[in-house]
Design a protein. Structure first.
Length: 616
């Protein structure tokens, strides 16, 4: 097993930027471009948390790959919430979360959450707070963000900052946020500090647009009650699952807090955001340590780490409820090295949400519900009814769950798909009911599901866009014990009109006969890894195509619908962790180039889509 170097909080780059600052003052510094930063605004109540968006826009043809921001805030009203976002310790070479042999993701807590493409490919390397010697009511938040090697930042939301309003703040107060630009350094008792950025080709100036960011304060007109019915698991190997009863108010969000001491004073938020659902899987709970030396006829012993959980609710305006009345203790059970066996039928797309409707994450998300019968379904009998405030329709498509070429569309199972022609409205709830008959005329019991567009939906999915692979952080899903390399989201996460082929890199020290494709199934609520061929109707054929390009081996799979996937060892194979170069088959840029060179149009019953690797 290779030695993984962990990210350390270093400040060597500060010396470089300080030198740059000196050169600027001397008149010999030259920037090759400019970055404009916009600080958002919001409102909250005394003692509650507020999240402020930070947006980046690069002007000209130069873009940053790292940035240092100095943001002043009114310290007598707010303070950075340093325990609000759960962040990952990243591997220094590849920017991926560090996971130990027991499946534990190493995490830390912070006041900064990366957004957009940086949420997977970037890292916050430093956050410090400085007193402002010139303005006694202010302090300065010092943030350094780096992308993966040569990963340029995109325009749009860069990060979100969490501040907590002090208990003494009143509704008459307003907390200002202002950035310190490159061309107006300020003295904080050290060398003059300024926000600066660097790119592939040189340095970039940082400016701050518009008015100051502001945090206003309101009285809590509607303070939600503490959530009730909190329950946790102690037999789930991939984490601790926390559930609770919904609070009887509209537009409510929830946050889970955890303590390993049982004291509420030690509790910190887990996960990276407030959520609308009433269940949460804490995958960063420490895995059980299994002692397999108990003897031939004795069960292995497992030493577990108990945790105590509370839940809070938050209403419009940032009004937070008290913590749930008492803590509930749970633990992560012995780590399971084998994915769940048995067939899995994925019933709903784009996914099931416990305790509520399936959340649509695209403006044009198709809706899909699976129908099954003991005998073949008559394709001509399939029907659907879709209704919401803005949509009423019956035009549905039948996609049979076949593992071969579709000749007559007859199958005993498949999906009824509705593809919208106009974007879903934010918050809109859509009801979809589908049914059919078998070829013998037997009525299949209609199935009804609800869908809802999430408030932060984006994109234009459902318009026939290219299928692509998006690299996920290793904490995005519970770890796959026999996994090799990186998990990917096969996007869009929907049922495809025809089979699509995707290519994955085979580790250099592995044979194709040793490897299986795994699928992360949420069909039964908690979410578990399963063997790909156990997902009914997913793989189009049992034949895996092999290609070699530039000494890199690829495996090609025909796939019916999207989801989270990862290559892993076949059951029974020895899990030896390969070196990083073996996992990726080369650096990320050459991998993406090789994939794009390799993928060509294929003949047969499906087609090959171009696959873009998010690590490029």
């Amino acid at each position: 097993m290779r030695h993984t170097r962990k990210i350390q909080i270093v400040r060597a780059h500060r010396a470089v930027w300080a030198l740059m600052a000196g050169l600027l003052v001397a008149g010999s510094f030259c920037a090759f471009g400019q970055v404009d930063i916009a600080l958002g605004a919001g409102y909250t109540s005394a003692g509650n948390t507020i999240e402020i968006p930070v947006t980046l826009t690069a002007t000209g043809d130069k873009r940053p790959t790292s940035i240092s921001l100095f943001i002043a805030y009114t310290a007598v009203f707010v303070t950075p919430e340093e325990n609000f976002y759960e962040t990952n310790v990243l591997d220094e070479d590849y920017g991926l979360p560090v996971i130990d042999a027991d499946g534990n993701t190493e995490t830390g807590l912070g006041a900064v959450r990366l957004e957009g493409n940086l949420s997977q490919l970037g890292k916050v390397t430093d956050v410090r707070v400085h007193p402002n010697l010139l303005i006694s009511t202010e302090k300065v938040l010092d943030i350094t963000i780096q992308g993966a090697p040569k990963q340029e930042f995109k325009d749009g939301l860069l990060c979100t900052l969490a501040f907590r309003a002090l208990p003494t703040v009143s509704v008459a107060n307003v907390a200002d946020l202002r950035g310190i630009p490159t061309d107006a350094p300020e003295d904080l008792g050290e060398d003059p500090v300024r926000s600066e950025a660097s790119g592939v080709d040189g340095n970039l100036d940082v400016s701050f647009s518009g008015a100051f960011g502001q945090i206003a304060f309101l009285e809590c007109a509607t303070k939600p009650k503490a959530p009730k019915g909190v329950q946790v698991t102690n037999d789930f190997p991939n984490g601790v699952r926390v559930t609770w009863d919904p609070v009887d108010l509209t537009d409510i969000e929830y946050r889970v807090f955890r303590s390993d001491t049982g004291s509420l004073g030690d509790a910190v938020a887990v996960g990276s955001a407030w959520q609308v659902g009433t269940s949460f899987v804490d995958i960063t709970a420490k895995a059980a340590v299994v002692d397999a030396t108990a003897g031939c006829f004795l069960k292995p012993n497992a030493t577990v780490t108990p945790y105590h959980y509370w839940v809070k609710a938050r209403a419009v305006g940032g009004c937070e409820s008290p913590y749930s009345r008492r803590s509930v203790a749970g633990e992560r059970s012995g780590y399971s090295a084998s994915p769940r066996a048995g067939k899995v039928a994925v019933e709903v797309f784009p996914g099931r949400s416990e305790g509520g409707p399936a959340l649509l994450t695209e403006l044009l998300s198709p809706l899909a519900i699976r129908l099954s019968a003991a005998t073949n379904i008559d394709p001509l009998s399939v029907w659907g009814q879709i209704s919401s405030q803005s949509v009423n329709g019956t035009a549905v498509e039948w996609v049979p769950a076949l593992s071969h070429a579709a000749t007559n569309n007859r199958a005993h199972s498949g999906w009824v798909v509705f593809r919208p022609s106009t974007p879903w409205a934010v918050g809109e709830t859509i009801t979809m009911t589908v049914g059919a008959k078998t070829l013998s005329g037997r009525e299949i019991t209609p199935v009804t599901r609800e869908f809802q567009r999430a408030p932060d939906s984006a994109g234009t999915g459902g318009t026939g866009g290219a299928v692509k692979l998006v690299a996920l952080g290793l904490d995005a899903v519970p770890p796959l014990a026999p996994g090799l390399g990186t998990p990917y989201l096969l996007s869009p996460n929907e049922v495809y009109g025809q089979l699509e082929k995707v290519w994955l890199t085979l580790p250099a020290d592995r044979k194709a006969s040793e490897v299986e494709l795994y699928y992360f199934s949420e069909a039964e609520g908690d979410g578990r890894w399963v063997l790909g061929d156990s997902v009914e109707g997913w793989l189009g054929t049992n034949t895996v195509e092999k290609r070699t390009v530039g000494n890199i081996q690829y495996l090609g799979y025909w796939i019916r619908h999207g989801g989270v996937i990862q290559l892993g060892l076949k059951p029974g194979k020895v899990a030896e962790k390969p070196a990083p170069a073996d996992v990726s088959g080369g650096d990320a840029g050459s991998l993406a180039l090789s994939i794009l060179t390799l993928l060509v149009l294929a003949t047969g019953y499906g087609r090959t889509r171009r696959v873009g690797c998010a690590q490029s």
